[in-house]
Design a protein around this ligand. Structure first.
Ligand SMILES: NC(=O)c1ccc[n+]([C@@H]2O[C@H](COP(=O)([O-])OP(=O)(O)OC[C@H]3O[C@@H](n4cnc5c(N)ncnc54)[C@H](OP(=O)(O)O)[C@@H]3O)[C@@H](O)[C@H]2O)c1
Length: 252
């Protein structure tokens, strides 16, 4: 049973939906993001609505200090965390090869280095306590070559699949959550034009979260919310690479 969860990127979108759903289920929380005011407002709302404990950690996860602050919460033996949701993320505007490398480094730190360090802290802490659960928010973009973002998400998917098998004997489950398009602040923040994405391709964040938590209960390593995206991800793995790349050419 989950008693305390740490959710990164809880101020908006999918992370916010995770925090709300877990609090509704009576789970105490540690919520992490950069914007203190939004974190505090959410914490106050969840405490009063669901009578759960909510700790706030303001941290920029593209920095070593930010990752350390979140790691400290994961290794605090007085307030053990049973579920880590590695969710915080963003997309960089522009194609790799035209972008600033300092920005690319920050993206790599946020999408790869931060979840790697937080997973490490969680596994070391959970292994000594009889187990725990980790959800790594990847993307369906992990199944297709779509530039740096999809490469980062493929890395997270791959590591999650290995870790779920490897740490099974110490009772740690690791899930890669791979959503398609979800209505959040993500596309606007990344200056992406999504006006031509058809309506049927959009998912709601709370549906994504409920699917992920249901799949976690069923011990599914890869969670792909909705039949349509399961089919697309399956196709992407079996069609010739050149064709998939051509279809995905717009991605970055
Ligand atoms: N939306 C989609 O279509 C979609 C599809 C597949 C996968 N995903 C993945 O889902 C995850 C969540 O995205 P979302 O769609 O929910 O995006 P969102 O609505 O933009 O929310 C992103 C969250 O991450 C936090 N964040 C961003 N940069 C951060 C940093 N440097 N340090 C700490 N926190 C940071 C933001 O909070 P602050 O600004 O307060 O820091 C916010 O809480 C991401 O990993 C994304 O790649 C999204």
């Amino acid at each position: 049973m989950t008693r305390r969860a740490l959710v990164t990127g809880a101020t908006a979108g999918i992370g916010n939906a995770f925090a709300r759903e877990l609090a509704k289920r009576g789970v105490d929380l540690v919520i992490v993001a950069r914007t203190t005011e939004r974190l505090e407002t959410l914490a106050a709302e969840l405490r009063s609505k669901h009578q759960v404990e909510v700790d706030v950690v303001t941290a920029d996860l593209s920095t070593a200090a930010g990752v350390q602050a979140a790691s400290n919460a994961l290794t605090d033996t007085t307030r053990p965390v049973d579920l880590l949701v590695n969710n915080a993320g963003a997309s960089l505007a522009g194609w790799f090869g035209t972008t600033d490398m300092a920005d690319e480094d920050r993206q790599l730190d946020l999408l790869v280095r931060a979840p790697m360090h937080l997973m490490d802290a969680a596994i070391k802490s959970m292994a000594g306590r009889g187990g725990g659960q980790i959800i790594n928010v990847s993307s369906v973009a992990a199944f297709t070559p779509r530039g740096v973002y999809s490469a980062h998400k493929a890395w997270l998917l791959n590591l999650s699949q290995w870790a779920d098998i490897h740490y099974d004997d110490v009772n740690i489950s690791v899930q890669a959550l791979c959503p398609g398009f979800v209505r959040t602040e993500f596309h606007e923040r990344g200056e992406m034009d999504v006006s031509d994405v058809p309506r049927w391709m959009w998912l709601k964040a709370d549906y994504v979260v409920k699917t992920s938590l249901r799949d976690l209960e069923r011990d599914k390593t890869v969670s792909i919310p909705s039949m349509r995206y399961k089919a697309l991800a399956g196709l992407a793995q079996h069609l010739p690479r050149t064709l998939v790349t051509r279809v995905a050419k717009r991605g970055r």
